[in-house]
Design a protein around this ligand. Structure first.
Ligand SMILES: C[S@@+](CC[C@H](N)C(=O)[O-])C[C@H]1O[C@@H](n2cnc3c(N)ncnc32)[C@H](O)[C@@H]1O
Length: 220
């Protein structure tokens, strides 16, 4: 079944900032579709136990407990623009997490309310498409990262994403060169750009082969 323009526009808005009951449902679908991308992106960070981890655009957070169990960070800071996703992530993760200090923050999507040199690793999956000023946000990443810090970005392949009806409604997609361009003058450099593929359930078309990348950044 084809998706109407109206449906595609509404879904695109929900993916970029999930809100209300529809947002909760979209958040649940995102988790099941994207869990493999999240796992691959987190693995690229090479997290050592006791690290401080931040995640930008965590969505409903159904993956966070698994992340904490696998990597034992000393702190996990969630940064979201969606109050609906923040609430979902808090209740999915629970109040008590042995060994990890939890901090869920709502912010404006541009200025990160964290101290300079306070974070070892930043994870962000399927969120970059919606950032208003990606260059400025990358500068913020650099500011909060410690010297040896890393950023892992999970993102759909540009050519694959061009076929999705939602993408023309406000998404910005990236290939390796687009990412290099936006990283110029941010003080961050691209150290790895991995190609992955997987079979996932699409919103309208049943099972599809999806290609995606995990980009790894470090300080210049
Ligand atoms: C498509 S969802 C992806 C959620 C999850 N990471 C995943 O891969 O399933 C995009 C998420 O990024 C969030 N988001 C959009 N712009 C953001 C920004 N500038 N900073 C932080 N989160 C943002 C949205 O609220 C939404 O929860």
């Amino acid at each position: 079944m084809e998706m109407s323009e109206e449906e595609a526009r509404n879904l695109a808005a929900q993916l970029g900032n999930p809100t209300g009951e529809d947002g909760i449902a979209v958040g649940q679908r995102m988790l099941s579709t994207n869990i493999n991308m999240i796992r691959k992106s987190a693995a690229a960070l090479g997290l050592k136990p006791g690290s401080s981890l931040a995640e930008v655009g965590h969505g409903n957070g159904g993956h966070i407990r698994e992340l904490l169990e696998n990597y034992n960070p000393a702190s996990y800071t969630g940064l979201e623009i969606s109050a609906t996703m923040q609430e979902e992530a808090k209740s999915a993760t629970g109040a008590t997490t042995p060994g990890t200090k939890l901090n869920f923050m709502l912010y404006d999507g541009n200025s990160i309310p964290l101290e300079a040199n306070s974070i070892d690793a930043i994870l962000t999956v399927n969120s970059i498409y919606f950032w208003k000023d990606p260059g400025a946000l990358f500068q913020e990443f650099r500011r909060i990262l410690r010297q040896e810090g890393k950023v892992a970005i999970g993102l759909g392949e540009k050519a694959f994403m061009a076929n999705l009806p939602v993408v023309k409604h406000g998404f910005r997609t990236y290939n390796r060169n687009d990412l290099l361009e936006v990283l110029e003058n941010t003080g961050l450099k691209l150290v790895d750009f991995q190609d992955h593929s997987e079979t996932v359930e699409s919103n309208m078309n049943g099972l599809v082969d999806r290609k995606f990348h995990v980009a790894l950044l470090s300080k210049d």
